[in-house]
Design a protein around this ligand. Sequence first.
Ligand code: PEP
Ligand code: MG
Length: 328
Amino acid sequence: RRATLAKSVLLPGITLDRHVISLQANIELDADLAALRRLGPTAVGLYRTEFLFINPKASPPGEEEQLRAYRKALRALRGSALTIRTYDLGGDKLFDGDMRDGQISPNPALGLRAVRLSLREPAPFAAQIRAILRASAQGPVRLMLPMLTDLSELDQCLALIAEQREALRRAGRPFDPDLPIGAMIEVPAAALTAEAFARRLDFLSIGTNDLIQYTLAIDRTDEMVNHLYDPLHPAVLQLIRLTLEGGARAGIPVAMCGEMAGDARYTRLLLGLGLREFSVPINRLAEIRHVIRNSDCGALSQPADALLATPDRAERLRRLQEINRDLD
Ligand code: PEP
Ligand code: MG
């Protein structure tokens, strides 16, 4: 089994009925770059940049320091695309700025987090956007915004990106004028209105870790309620489906980069719901590819629909087992 998995890393993610499934990697530390270098060509669907900001440092990294980090990642990728997520600080990714006048946010997950924080303090956000834009002169880069809830936030981000482009142009600094811009869909409000986001963007990526947390009102870090954290909840599956449909209507690709995408128990279900792009931790790539290569998309859509329409949890688990029946 181990040998089969190791070999399957080199094979394309093609299903038995010849659907080509994109398999990308999630990275979040420098150490992941070494593992990336050992892989065959693999795009990065989620590069979490918080580590640059959270490590004990006197001050947040400036534009040049970030640019060096992004270029290093691009070199490791040797021509494959790098999707850089702008910093998602606050919430469970604590940092000093999560204090307001010495007081910790009363409910960090619902507070000044991710793009909300970025828009409130635009100077470091602008520096990151400039670093991302400048990195795009060196290789295929995509920019991804976390935790959008309202279209007005997206519009503000797009305006800020346009300003930084203009600033770089004036300064004679090269960047890719067609740099794709996308967003994570990880708040139920965004999933319900995914098409509107999709119409202004080049790609979407579903962040199930937060989408499940916010849909079920289950703190993703609270062990007392872990047992209620259910990726198979029909509300979660509905929101995934709505996001996929919204992206399809707008004609842009929709990936999934939350943990659900890297859990082989859900691969077939997600294929059945219509997901065609998975972004997963590096150590999961082989297993997910193995399941994809042993799946038939056409045969999965009916069982996936049936599971989504099943209110009883035990019955959903039984259906999932049935979907995965012949997998070793
Ligand atoms: C997610 O929420 O699913 C996600 C990928 O982002 P993070 O886990 O970094 O919040
Ligand atoms: Mg998230």
